[in-house]
Design a protein around this ligand. Structure first.
Ligand code: ADP
Length: 252
């Protein structure tokens, strides 16, 4: 229901006050709706892995499942999922509170690209980097995380035999990182939502192929904390290109 308080102050100064009061209380109601939606999304994301862990442990206790290495693998996989979700939520909470600290140092961005590409090598997708040397002052751990999310998605949403290319180049006073894939692509209607928290194109399918829908939201926060921007172009059935632009000199 509508829990927004309203004041009708008529014309004049009181009327103006009433207007700004109404605007304020609508904003509060909206914030409250967002908070409720967030808590509900978090609970939903926690429920599945926790339910699986509990289920398998109970089955083992009842003698219905063997406490074998396969079971340990499954339990570990679910607890890693929980761990990643909690880490992601923590990052976003820090970003919201403005307490996400960057540890800036002079870095070679091409090294960051190489590290991400080497870490995500994969038997089914051709993953390669095309870089030029680019130097800037930035947090290498956070940039690895930001780019890592894009590369993980590109690999995840591309069928075996496909290709993912990570490019790094410089345009004037900006570093440009591009992650191009030959994957599923994203529908035009979906494009504006991909950076939203907990948003996924296909809720049912993504549970097995994807994460919790927080990766791109985190990437955007980390890139913006560096004074940069992230954007996407995509063609359904053809593939996507995610692009990070970072200023070479950014004082904060
Ligand atoms: P998830 O953990 O679900 O991957 P993200 O925030 O990283 O969450 O991505 C949000 C959604 O955007 C994904 O669920 C997927 O539907 C879509 N998406 C992201 N990257 C790609 C890509 N490279 N190709 C196709 N769809 C993508």
């Amino acid at each position: 229901g509508d829990r927004t308080a309203r004041v009708d102050g008529g014309a004049g100064e009181i009327g103006e006050l009433a207007k700004s009061f109404n605007a304020m209380s609508e904003k509060l109601a909206e914030t409250e709706r967002q908070r409720q939606a967030l808590v509900s999304d978090v609970a939903h994301e926690l429920r599945t892995p926790l339910g699986n862990i509990t289920g398998w442990l109970e089955a083992t206790q009842d003698g219905l499942a063997e406490p074998d290495p396969h079971l340990i693998d499954m339990l570990l996989e679910e607890s890693l999922l929980l761990q990643r979700l909690v880490d992601d939520l923590h990052d976003l909470a820090q970003a919201d509170a403005g307490t996400l600290k960057l540890h800036r140092e002079p870095i070679a961005l091409d090294d960051v690209v190489d590290q991400v590409v080497n870490a995500q090598q994969n038997r089914e997708i051709l993953l390669r980097a095309e870089t030029t040397p680019v130097h800037l002052t930035a947090d290498p751990v956070r940039l690895r995380q930001a780019l890592g999310n894009l590369v993980a998605n590109a690999v995840r949403y591309t069928a075996p035999g496909g290709e993912v290319v990570v490019k790094l180049f410089q345009v004037k006073d900006r570093a440009v990182l591009e992650v191009a894939d030959t994957g599923s692509g994203i529908a035009p209607d979906d494009l504006p939502h991909v950076f939203d928290r907990f948003w996924r194109a296909d809720k049912s399918r993504s549970r097995t192929t994807g994460g919790s829908g927080l990766g791109l939201a985190i990437t955007r926060h980390l890139v913006e904390a560096h004074g940069g921007t992230v954007s996407v172009t995509s063609e359904l059935g053809e593939g996507s290109v995610f692009r990070i632009e970072l200023p070479l000199s950014h004082q904060r």
